[in-house]
Design a protein around this ligand. Sequence first.
Ligand SMILES: [Fe+2]
Length: 140
Amino acid sequence: MLAFDVLPSLVSSTEDERLRAAFEEHLGETRAQSERAEGVFRALGLDPSSNRSAPLEALAKSHDELAGKVVLPALRDAFHAAAAVATERWELTLYEAAIDLANAMRLDGEAVGLLEQSRAEEHHALLVAEAERRRLLDSV
Ligand SMILES: [Fe+2]
């Protein structure tokens, strides 16, 4: 899963303690989300599989190409936070589609609840990343 490559890299390249802690927290949430997604696959009678997301890979590639060019540490950390905002928005879009699909397929409430729990975590991560981006830009 791409997030398991990107988030540790962000943790190690972020200088701001609060933002780094937020990325570490979301890495743990992402591990739980992966397990929940596997549970939903099994509820459908399917074997869980991992597929790369072209939009998320493009976001990560764009971030990686530009982040090293940002010289000021606080500005570079704000750039990391901005990349996280874009990623969380895309992930929210995917969870919303998955929840709509699960409801349309009349999956049991437990499977839908697992997806809703992950969506709530993504929404929280989005709000945190937006707040961190603003705080870091205010400090520049
Ligand atoms: Fe996320």
